[in-house]
Design a protein around this ligand. Structure first.
Ligand code: SAM
Length: 305
């Protein structure tokens, strides 16, 4: 079944909804706070995002007119790419109507509505109505899809011969805390991370996959691969929004690890989130760390001829 969600939500972007099982992956900007985390992440690591889109432009060239942002979320990649490629338009695809609604609102605020189309679809199954794209951008989204090989075949089919795909992934949730952040709870963040790794193995088993090998197996020639260890601390100096970002991420982690770490660790996490003296929003000893990976691959120019 298809329906047009743009009318229902009063947005001005051109939005199409397509069937599929993407509802199971829905993340909204609502209770789980993912959209805010994505926006804060893009803000904090803006220079990294700019360097990544610049690297994509070096390989894809200036003649990029149609970009697909696969699993676009709130639009962090869409807006960075519109900036990098001033002559391009972006089709933002996501399974979540809430995310696309938020993205359309942000596009209107930035006055780029005419350059953005939103499509609601399960990108692992198809990219409906899309072919001949110059560039597919997939940031922190491919690991959500059920079958990486099938998803990469869909991407291959959406690209023009010679078109590029950029896959940006991360090694899990960022880290923030000094080891002794809560007295008697040394290793709190490590234990949360271990619990999260177990959860991810069940829920998003393709997080941490070797996308270089998978891209090559899908007939997409890998031209670039890079791992970056991002780090922001008080010497940087730490942007004011880092505390808020840490709060939103740790709040999400707290929800995820409940029942997987002991009660004392949960209580320690609460002291970092409750608005009191230890709250991460007030601390000056946070160290934001995150590992990001990037692969850029190309559909062979003569493919399909
Ligand atoms: C972690 S967010 C990344 C968002 C954005 N690319 C970024 O880097 O800020 C993952 C996004 O993938 C979307 N997603 C998950 N499964 C999907 C699917 N099967 N088809 C399309 N989008 C999907 C989610 O709704 C979410 O917006």
């Amino acid at each position: 079944m298809t329906h047009d969600v743009s009318a229902a939500h009063g947005t001005h972007a051109h939005t199409h909804a397509h069937g599929g099982h993407g509802e199971a992956h829905q993340h909204g900007p609502g209770p789980d706070g993912l959209a805010e985390i994505l926006d804060r992440d893009a803000e904090l690591f803006a220079s990294y995002l700019a360097s990544v889109t610049a690297r994509v432009a070096e390989l894809a060239g200036d003649d990029v007119r149609h970009i697909v942002d696969l699993g676009a979320g709130s639009g962090t990649g869409t807006f960075a790419l519109l900036k990098q490629f001033p002559d391009a338009r972006v089709t933002a695809v996501d399974s979540s109507a809430d995310m696309l609604e938020q993205l359309a609102r942000a596009a209107a605020e930035r006055d780029v509505t005419a350059r953005v189309e939103t499509v609601q679809a399960d990108a692992g199954a198809s990219l409906p109505g899309i072919d001949g794209a110059d560039l597919v951008w997939a940031s922190a989204s491919l690991h959500h899809l059920d079958d990486p090989a099938a998803a990469l075949a869909v991407i291959h089919g959406a690209l023009r011969p010679g078109g590029h795909v950029a896959v940006a992934e991360l090694d899990g949730m960022p880290r923030f805390l000094p080891d002794d952040v809560v007295p008697d709870r040394t290793g709190l963040e490590d234990r949360c991370r271990t619990a999260l790794t177990a959860l991810h193995a069940e829920q998003v088993p393709h997080l941490g996959a070797d996308w270089g090998t998978l891209l090559a197996a899908a007939g997409l020639g890998v031209e670039y691969e890079h791992t970056e260890h991002l780090r922001l601390d008080a010497s940087t100096p730490l942007p004011a929004s880092a505390g808020l970002y840490a709060h939103r991420v740790l709040h999400r982690i707290r929800g995820a690890v409940e029942g997987r770490v002991d009660a004392a660790d949960l209580a320690a996490l609460d002291t970092l989130l409750d608005g009191g003296a230890q709250d991460v929003r007030h601390r000056d000893d946070l160290v934001v760390r995150s590992t990001r990976q990037l692969w850029i691959a190309r559909r062979p120019a003569d493919a399909g001829l």
